[in-house]
Design a protein around this ligand. Structure first.
Ligand SMILES: *Cc1c(COP(=O)(O)O)cnc(C)c1O
Length: 413
């Protein structure tokens, strides 16, 4: 049980409306929405003056150490609609040995692997499912590379909502089985995630499913936004110099950028922002290509391939929002090769005892590249995101054996 005033069901909430991210046109809160009429993501807006009066840093400091501590900046109006599997504030771990070796300032890893279902998708999905419950959704559907589908399956089962999930045929077995075991109907599709997305859109039109795709659903951003809120609070309301974010659909990057604006509006931080660095895999880097070409949109990347499945997103509907945040922050977009990603998993595990997922390791590889080419300063405090547990991914073989019936040469072990 939670031990604070959250238990009273009716509590002040501050959502005023939703807003089209392209035109600024307003849409009413408390109704079910997907994209705006212009087919662009909808953004949740709050009465931030109201939040400023209602919330102090001191009151916040006394609350339980979980995602719901930021409730004034979250969209769920009634506590009874919250669908939770226990979403802890994730630790921020320093990598001092690697920082020293690289002559880098400070390297911090926000370790998201500890969230329910083993990835940061839990943040967005906890909010999406809570809002779906509040708004009476009976059947949710989603395309996934694995982690989002696992989170949706788990949270929707907990809420008693039916779920149908589509994933690329080469999605790792462990992800598909995890999704199935937690209650969703899951189908392997002979295509990539955007092909799966088209099936969901058609099912939404023909079978009445609620489309929970990245950014086609307004509340996943609000859940991912809590990464930015936590980061600010954990660092004593001083944002880091650089954030390296493994970018697929970009929900987290867009969400954190929104979080910082809201924190400034309620007087918790000043105008200083981190440089936002969008990290992609060289085999699927539409945002990097658009960034380098000075474009506002990122056309589809053909023949996408990478070991970092979570960022194998050939086309992102929020491309312009990712690129805008990266540019406004003075950051950049960078691609890293699969060999660098695999080497980074190995390096960080051996040196610091932290088993990163490939997407998280991509941010470490990108940091090294940025330090080497001078785009990241040697005195910078950099935050990397380890977005999922490394245990969900194929691990390199280990085949040493020992015959206990023979004499053991301990000196050689
Ligand atoms: C989804 C996912 C990403 C990309 O996150 P976005 O916010 O959608 O860009 C990165 N890594 C992992 C492990 C993921 O599951």
């Amino acid at each position: 049980m939670r031990d604070d005033e959250n238990l009273t069901d009716e509590r002040p909430t501050f959502v005023t409306h939703l807003e089209c991210s392209a035109t600024g046109v307003r849409y009413p809160a408390d109704e079910l929405h997907n994209l705006s009429r212009e087919r662009k993501p909808l953004i949740v807006r709050y009465d931030l003056d109201g939040v400023k009066k209602a919330l102090s840093k001191e009151a916040l400091a006394r609350r339980p150490s979980d995602l719901w501590r930021y409730r004034e900046l979250l969209p769920v109006r009634r506590a009874r609609d919250i669908v939770s599997l226990g979403e802890p504030v994730t630790p921020l771990l320093a990598l001092p040995r690697l920082a020293k070796g690289l002559h880098a300032g400070e390297i911090l890893v926000k370790d998201e692997s500890r969230l329910p279902t083993g990835s940061f998708k839990a943040r967005g999905i906890a909010l999406a499912v809570s809002m779906a419950k509040a708004l009476g959704v009976a059947h949710m559907a989603m395309p996934t590379n694995g982690n989002a589908g696992a989170a949706l399956s788990a949270y929707a089962s907990r809420a008693g909502i039916k779920t149908t999930v589509f994933c690329p045929a080469d999605t790792p077995e462990v992800n598909v089985r995890e999704i199935a075991l937690q209650g969703a109907r899951v189908y392997r599709v002979n295509g990539l995630i955007d092909d799966c997305g088209k099936i969901v859109a058609e099912g939404a039109a023909k079978a009445g499913w609620f489309d929970t795709s990245t950014l086609k659903e307004p509340y996943r951003i609000e859940g991912k936004k809590t990464m930015g809120l936590e980061l600010a609070e954990q660092l004593g309301w001083q944002l880091p110099d650089v954030i390296l974010y493994p970018t697929g659909g970009g929900t987290g990057l867009i969400g954190m950028w929104k979080a910082f604006a809201e924190l400034e509006a309620i007087g918790f931080i000043g105008a200083k922002r981190p440089r936002m660095v969008a990290v992609q895999a060289a085999g699927c880097a539409p945002i990097v290509r658009a960034y380098e070409a000075g474009e506002e949109h990122a056309p589809r990347w053909e023949d996408a391939h990478t070991v970092a499945a979570g960022i194998r997103v050939p086309q992102a509907i929020g491309d312009f929002l990712i690129l805008r945040a990266v540019r406004e922050s003075g950051g950049f977009a960078i691609a890293v090769k699969d060999e660098a990603i695999t080497a980074a998993v190995d390096e960080v595990a051996r040196a610091e005892g932290l088993l990163l997922c490939p997407e998280g390791a991509a941010t470490y590889a990108a940091l090294k590249q940025g330090l080497a080419d001078g785009r990241i300063g040697r005195d910078a405090r950099a935050v990397l995101f380890n977005c999922a547990t490394g245990l969900k991914y194929p691990l390199p073989p280990s085949d040493r054996t020992l015959d206990r019936s023979r004499p053991i040469n301990f000196a050689a072990l």
